[in-house]
Ligand binder design. Structure first.
Ligand code: 26V
Length: 813
């Protein structure tokens, strides 16, 4: 949009007065930020209205991305860039003696997600808008996002994330679009003419109120919607009966029991606890979302049979899989379609992404619980299951009762959400090539046999405009000066940088930028943790959720090994290294919390040991989230992607690090394999077991962790150090970790991969010392990272799964 500095100042002063009723000099940073946000929201308003009007006028097919999580982070900086008014805003504010950077800092992260799955949803929203796809998000407006992590005495301690305390300037509450959600009660059947009908009665009703946030496209006038639902009590719940009996407090208890539905995001990211409240959350937002889609569709005055020509519903993992029976329920019970027509519409609409093969993350609900909470929806699932089993027997001629039992949506009193999602959708995709292969040939093999064409791969992608342009302005400027700004809209052209592989002057500039970013991070670490780190050392980072399969403990055991070597020989010729960790553990995941404690304990010992001459440092940065990632990633030299092969579905951190010039140290897992393909094997460091080895070990039961431990003295030494008072903690502190590695035979092959990892780390050291060589590797990673932009991923979803077209909008603000 066009905005002069003069007009900016006029609008901004008006916003200050309107939102604060104070003179500028009397306002706080928060008030200044809110005023700016409000002003930007006003600018966005007409673009948003125009976008929706044009979607409706043309009746275009629209995508609804259903996700329990949207980890969007901050909006201000991005919105300014996308509107093309970042520079004028900065100058205008400067003239008023305000630093834009300070206001950007004030914004709280919208942390409504756990990790990869939630951040992917946020990157996808951006990409849908930026490549002009009519696509919206549908989710939950949790009052508390993912907990804030503090490290106290080396332990993770959780605090509530009250992201709404200062008011969220980007959202619009739309009470007029509230819908009713019905829980519990029972179902009555009756005949209407010769149709069997169902009526849900005696239910508890809850009001779902939408809050809409605009999702801007990059300089293309498109504004899609992220609609998050919040639970409120329905008026009649505020029971007059209670009042009349003078039972005022009970009325509030009931109100509280409703509002609790959207109070908190579950903080587990790979462990399903099967809690009733979580099931309530799932149905709550799915039902609300589908009701509102149907209302929008009806404005087109088309027959219901055309629903799937205008609507695509995507379910992000199985968490919104109730979309299948809920859409069926509405089409059959309320729209009075016959079952087969409703089923055709439903399966044509719905598509599903699988994000994990970890058995403990697969959602399963006890049938009795579901029946109690959702009596009619459960009947629908039972009918879907009955028909599915019929198909297996009659169409696919299955006679093996055992197999039929395993594939059923409901068996042994359990509802399997993945099976429901697979049966009820026309597309099932994995998130990286290897992951999709594993789904097809192993984990979901039986379903792939009967539905071979439903399965497809869509390798994840990241929002390059955030992870490069916003996070790393120095690098962005250098790239722009070198190859122009085409990469902002078409990131594959980053490949043009490959021409500069032998250009010393360019590589020097690249080195200088990395160094400045490292200086910035070193300062941040000093301020936050009072640890001095050497910006000339290798910044080696592992930043992601803490989980045994991601193997942060292998990393820290290797750090202990380096320390042991330095203690034996303080003059050891080793490039100085700083190991930086960040990530949250699920609050109830004891071993993961012990891994955090171990990292901090080792860090304490090493960082305070003067004899090793600052050659080694260990830092654990607390409260990893979108903002911290933005500070860390531009300063990384080495990106640790060391999961047990086959376990990490894709990873997206791996893509963010490479885009910022880090060299990946990786197993052949998830998207690491595709990164290797892009950059070539000389520009990535690979080690460890392959997925096939892992499956073979599991199958044959021939892995013996004790043997590996006994055969490798260096490894034995570090494991023993966990429990022999070498570390300043009670002797039994780390027994649970050692037990997992030895007594329970090391499920994730930490010991098995240790030697190979050590060698790979040695190679990293050698490459790093050869500066021109290292900078060439770094450059190659940046140049090849464009292939992982979410813009391309979303383009493939749009053409291959959703069958929606791009919709260019040419009105101007
Ligand atoms: C599962 C569960 C289980 C029930 C309780 C709450 C909860 C919350 C989240 C999840 C999802 C775990 C799956 C996940 O996050 N997968 C990650 O998805 C990324 C995006 O596709 C991918 O890059 C990571 O490799 C994958 O681990």
């Amino acid at each position: 949009m066009k905005l002069t500095e003069e007009n900016f100042k006029i609008d901004y002063m008006a916003a200050i007065h309107a939102t604060t009723a104070r003179q500028l000099e009397d306002t706080s940073s928060l008030e200044r930020y809110n005023a700016l946000g409000q002003m930007i929201k006003d600018y966005i308003g007409s673009l948003w209205a125009n976008t929706n009007a044009s979607y409706r006028a043309d009746g275009v097919k629209q995508v609804y991305y259903f996700s329990m999580e949207f980890l969007t982070g901050k909006f201000l900086e991005n919105n300014l860039h996308y509107l093309g008014i970042y520079d004028v805003t900065r100058k205008g504010l400067r003239a008023l003696n305000i630093d834009l950077e300070d206001l950007i800092e004030v914004e709280m992260d919208q942390g409504l997600g756990n990790g990869g799955l939630g951040r992917l949803a946020a990157c996808f929203l951006d990409a849908m808008s930026s490549i002009s796809i009519p696509g919206h998000g549908c989710g939950i407006r949790y009052k508390n996002g993912l907990f804030e992590q503090k490290i106290i005495d080396g332990n993770q301690v959780e605090f509530p994330d009250r992201w709404l305390v200062n008011n969220n300037v980007w959202e619009y509450k739309r009470p007029n679009k509230a819908v009713e959600i019905r829980f519990n009660g029972h179902v009555e059947t009756y005949m209407e003419e010769d149709r069997l009908c169902f009526k849900h009665v005696g239910y508890d009703a809850v009001r779902a109120v939408p809050y809409d946030t605009p999702i801007l496209g990059y300089e293309n006038n498109t504004v899609n919607t992220l609609r998050l639902w919040s639970a409120e009590e329905i008026e009649d719940i505020f029971d007059f009966e209670y009042f009349s009996k003078g039972n005022y407090l009970s009325a509030f208890e009931k109100k509280h029991s409703v509002e609790i539905i959207t109070q908190i995001l579950y903080p587990n990211d790979a462990y399903d606890e099967g809690k009733l409240l979580r099931l309530k959350q799932e149905y709550f937002f799915v039902s609300a979302g589908i009701q509102s889609i149907i209302t929008t569709f009806k404005k087109l005055n088309l027959p219901m049979t055309e629903f799937s020509d205008r609507v695509a519903i995507h379910i992000n993992d199985t968490h919104p899989a109730l979309a299948v029976p809920e859409l069926m329920r509405i089409l059959v019970d309320e729209e009075r379609l016959d079952w087969d027509t409703a089923w055709r519409i439903t399966t044509n609409c719905i598509s599903y992404t699988n994000h994990t093969i970890m058995a403990e993350a697969l959602e399963k609900w006890p049938l009795y619980m579901m029946k109690d909470l959702l009596p009619r929806v459960t009947m629908v699932i039972e009918e879907i299951n009955r028909r599915f089993i019929d198909t297996l027997k009659n169409i696919h001629q299955y006679t093996d009762e055992n197999k039929i039992h395993q594939m059923a949506i409901i068996n042994d009193g359990i509802v399997k959400m993945a099976h429901l999602a697979i049966v009820g959708s026309h597309s099932i995709n994995g998130v990286a090539e290897l992951h999709t292969e594993i789904l097809k040939t192993r984990e979901l093999k039986d379903f792939h046999n009967i539905y071979p064409t439903k399965f497809n791969n869509k390798t994840n992608g990241i929002m390059h405009r955030h992870w490069l342009l916003n996070a790393n302005p120095r690098l962005t400027d250098l790239i722009e000066d070198t190859i122009g700004d085409g990469f902002k809209k078409n990131p594959i052209v980053l490949r043009d940088l490959l021409k500069y592989r032998e250009d010393k002057a360019f590589l020097d500039k690249l080195y200088e930028i990395k160094h400045q970013n490292k200086e910035d991070l070193a300062k941040f670490i000093k301020d936050k943790l009072d640890i001095s780190v050497d910006p000339y050392s290798i910044f080696d980072m592992q930043a992601k959720r803490i989980h045994e399969y991601k193997r942060q403990h292998m990393n820290i055991l290797h750090v202990m090994h380096l320390y042991n070597q330095l203690k034996e020989n303080p003059n050891l010729d080793m490039p100085p290294r700083t190991f930086i960790f960040a990530g949250k553990s699920a609050p109830s995941y004891y071993v993961a919390k012990q891994i955090i404690k171990l990292i901090n304990t080792v860090g304490h010992v090493i960082n305070n040991d003067k004899t090793i001459k600052n050659k080694l440092k260990v830092v654990f940065l607390p409260n990893y989230g979108v903002s911290l990632a933005g500070r860390m990633i531009p300063a990384a030299d080495v990106s640790e992607q060391i999961s047990t092969a086959s376990k990490e579905a894709s990873g997206t951190g791996n893509m963010k690090f490479m885009m910022n010039g880090a060299v990946t140290l990786a197993t052949l897992d998830g998207a690491n394999i595709e990164i290797r393909k892009e950059v070539g094997e000389n520009n990535i460091v690979i080690f460890g077991l392959r997925d096939k080895d892992v499956y073979d070990y599991y199958k044959n039961g021939n892995y013996n962790a004790f043997e590996v431990y006994n055969a490798d003295p260096a490894l034995k030494k570090v494991i023993d150090q966990l429990i022999n008072s070498f570390l300043p903690v009670p002797k039994d502190e780390f027994i649970p970790i050692v037990d997992r590695l030895l007594r329970f035979n090391d499920e994730y092959f930490v010991l098995k991969d240790f030697e190979d990892y050590r060698d790979a780390q040695e190679r990293i050291g050698l490459y790093y010392r050869n500066k021109p060589h290292w900078m060439k590797m770094s450059l190659t990673n940046i140049a090849c990272s464009g292939a992982f932009s979410a813009d391309y991923t979303i383009d493939k979803y749009a053409s291959g799964i959703w069958h929606v077209n791009r919709k260019s909008l040419d009105f101007k603000l």
